[in-house]
Ligand binder design. Structure first.
Ligand SMILES: Nc1ncnc2c1ncn2[C@@H]1O[C@H](COP(=O)(O)OP(=O)(O)OP(=O)(O)O)[C@@H](O)[C@H]1O
Length: 337
């Protein structure tokens, strides 16, 4: 447990609406976040990310399950670890007419952090040069980085950011991404929730994908994308029927889409051409299909009936079963409880 910054087992939360309806926000979540690096906590809107984070921070009470932060059970021992955790769950309030630096100095005084820390956190969030300017002149991205700077004042080991790039333009998103990456590289643990996969894929070392309050897949980005090391290839061939028969007989999964066959499960793309050539079937075109996190995410969440995205790439990928298998989530999906 000592090497996990966050761990949850069987975490559950059901909300009751004013009309007495029950909303199951989190249903048996098992989450492990290793110490050090950036962990993407991914799921479509409404999948239970914010509720899970709020339970970890002691802001919402769990109905069932256990949680630890740095090996300490929470909320029971939250006071012992809370100083190691910095979180942005809602936009903090800053004084618009004061500079970013002044705002941070006031905060540092309030929480007992040394003022020398202010210059350091401004630099860490690349705000050093603009620190003297008034808060109200900042772009949204700079405001968000000042919020991150504020959480860094007390040198937390774990930073929790809930959808930190919401509402930011591409430049702002890039700045936040770079800030998160450098925090992870310093050995801090960053948990960042998002429903925007492309963003997280570029910065996360490890990810957890959730849907309807349950873990669907987790591991390093490479593992989740296709940890089996098996290839998916797209190929064009004259005799599709004969090629399908040969490849299926070799235990590969073949799917026809228009003029192309998509073949999953080969150890290497060359295996596909060799098997076909052995039977005097020659490919006209062969392209290895690179899976990305977005595709995995769309397929996983589509299985949950969540409709995480538009048409996307999901239709051309067949790697999901492997990703799902890693968490054993197939047995529990689709219950709609
Ligand atoms: N206070 C509440 N009362 C009733 N239902 C709630 C409450 N908070 C959240 N929910 C519901 O619980 C489910 C999970 O919501 P949650 O905000 O945790 O998901 P999320 O993954 O963070 O989504 P988003 O990205 O939209 O914030 C949703 O169906 C949501 O409507």
């Amino acid at each position: 447990m000592a090497d996990l910054a966050i761990s949850t087992r069987g975490l559950r939360k059901t909300y009751r609406t004013r009309r007495g309806k029950q909303v199951v926000a989190v249903q048996g979540l098992d989450l492990d976040v290793p110490v050090g690096g950036v962990h993407g906590f991914l799921g479509p809107n409404g999948s239970g990310k914010t509720t899970s984070i709020r339970m970890l921070l002691g802001l919402v009470r769990a109905d069932a399950g256990v949680m630890t932060l740095f090996g300490r059970p929470v909320p029971e021992q939250l006071p012992a670890v809370v100083s190691r955790v910095g979180a942005i769950v809602e936009s903090p309030k800053f004084f618009p007419a004061f500079s970013g630096r002044k705002n941070l100095e006031l905060l540092a005084d309030a929480i007992g952090a040394p003022r020398t820390r202010v210059g350091e956190v401004l630099d860490e969030t690349s705000l050093g040069e603009r620190g003297k300017d008034r808060f109200k002149t900042y772009s949204l991205g700079m405001k968000q980085r000042l919020a991150i700077a504020a959480t860094l004042l007390k040198k937390p080991d774990l930073l929790i950011f809930d959808e930190p790039t919401n509402g930011l333009d591409p430049a702002g998103i890039r700045e936040i991404r770079e800030t998160m990456r450098s925090l992870g590289e310093q050995g801090r643990t960053v948990l960042v929730s998002s429903h925007i996969l492309a963003e997280v894929e570029q910065v996360a070392d490890t990810v957890s994908i959730i849907g309807q309050g349950r873990l669907l897949a987790s591991g390093s980005v490479a593992e989740v994308i296709g940890g089996t090391g098996k290839a998916t290839v797209k190929l064009a061939i004259d005799d599709q029927a004969a090629a399908t028969a040969v490849l299926a007989a070799a235990g590969l999964t073949v799917r026809a889409e228009g003029n192309y066959l998509f073949v999953d499960g080969a150890e290497h793309p060359a295996d596909v051409t060799r098997r076909l050539a052995d039977q005097r079937l020659y490919v006209a075109e062969l392209v290895p299909v690179r899976a990305d996190l977005e595709s995995v995410f769309l397929e996983l969440t589509a299985d949950e009936g969540l409709g995480a995205g538009g048409p996307g790439l999901a239709g051309s990928q067949a790697i999901t079963p492997d990703a799902v298998r890693r968490t054993g989530a197939t047995e529990t999906t689709g219950g709609g409880q």
